[in-house]
Ligand binder design. Structure first.
Ligand SMILES: Nc1ncnc2c1ncn2[C@@H]1O[C@H](COP(=O)(O)OP(=O)(O)OP(=O)(O)O)[C@@H](O)[C@H]1O
Ligand SMILES: [Mg+2]
Length: 290
């Protein structure tokens, strides 16, 4: 899995560097692509998407007729059993591989490759260990050749995640939560229209995790990108997202959508959250133990 994360990160970096298989760009040679639009949430359309992996022993069906719309600026979470196909769905949305059948669009345009407007954040912050926090965050702007003119955006992104005083440190000098915040700053500096998160807080201790949940929601509210979050944590999904999609065992199909209309900032002890939690656990077949 770590290997695949590395592959995905490098694919996303490739997209930042405007590198396609037959076109190699050097980080020092700016790719002349237009600046991404200032953050406006992406509209992601997933229509009739099924996906399978062709293994030696036969096809492995992973996604089964997924229909899902993420509206501009919406925060959607995916919950589902381990191995059901959540990360696969995120990879398709990120443009890292094409769906076997069905259609995935970004503002109506088919998604065919990774794009800097759709940024993926993983459980592992995957910072470059030899670059300072500031230099890691600057990567996307540097890759597009706009760093000189836009250094302030790196400072702003670091300020947004509370890392201003750690800018000159190396990744190994950070705590796990700080490293994850640095990874978020690196994502946010690109003004993503869609932030795709695959268990981004999964490795943090529970207290840091609760803090980070609130911080992520605050960042989303300020930057107004659309957010698609995969988590195994039912409370986290319900606390953060406006809509929680509950998936079945593999091949994943949508079992239910739970709408959470509670305004932000949310109170964890809220009775309505408790009811939604029970409903989510019931759908996941876990209610008997709670
Ligand atoms: N590149 C691949 N080739 C073959 N099989 C794959 C590939 N990627 C994923 N799979 C298989 O697809 C299924 C879904 O994997 P996926 O990583 O999407 O699950 P997940 O829901 O994210 O699980 P987890 O919650 O444990 O992260 C698994 O059975 C996995 O073994
Ligand atoms: Mg996964």
């Amino acid at each position: 899995m770590a290997e695949r994360h590395g592959e995905v990160v490098s694919a996303v970096l490739d997209s930042l560097l405007d590198r396609s298989p037959d076109h190699t760009a050097d980080i020092s040679a700016p790719a002349h692509r237009p600046e991404p639009h200032a953050a406006a949430g992406a509209h992601i359309g997933i229509q009739g998407v099924s996906h399978q992996f062709d293994l030696a022993g036969g096809p492995l069906p992973v996604l089964d007729h997924i229909d899902l719309d993420v509206k501009p600026g919406e925060f959607v979470a995916l919950l589902g059993p381990s191995g059901c196909g959540k990360s696969t769905l995120l990879r398709l949305v990120a443009g890292l591989e094409p769906a076997t059948t069905g259609r995935i669009t970004h503002d109506g345009e088919p998604i065919t490759r990774p794009d800097p407007s759709r940024i993926v954040v993983f459980q592992d912050p995957t910072l470059y260990p030899w670059r300072t926090v500031w230099d890691n965050v600057a990567l996307g702007l540097q890759a597009r050749g706009v760093l000189k003119a836009q250094r302030h955006r790196v400072d702003e992104a670091l300020a947004r995640v509370g890392l201003t005083t750690y800018a000159r440190m190396l990744p190994h000098q950070l705590s796990g939560g700080m490293a994850q915040r640095a990874a978020l700053a690196r994502a946010l500096v690109n003004d993503p229209a869609l932030l795709v998160m695959d268990e981004p807080l999964g490795k943090l201790d529970s207290l840091t995790r609760l803090t980070m949940q609130s911080e992520l929601v605050a960042l989303w509210q300020r930057a107004q990108f659309s957010a698609l979050l995969v988590t195994h944590d039912v409370e986290e999904a319900l606390f953060m997202a406006q809509r929680v999609i509950v998936l079945s065992e593999r091949p994943a199909r949508i079992l239910a959508e739970l709408h959470n209309p509670l305004p932000y900032p949310r109170q964890r002890g809220n009775a309505q959250l408790g009811e939604l939690r029970h409903e989510a656990l019931r759908l996941l077949g876990l209610d008997a133990t709670w």
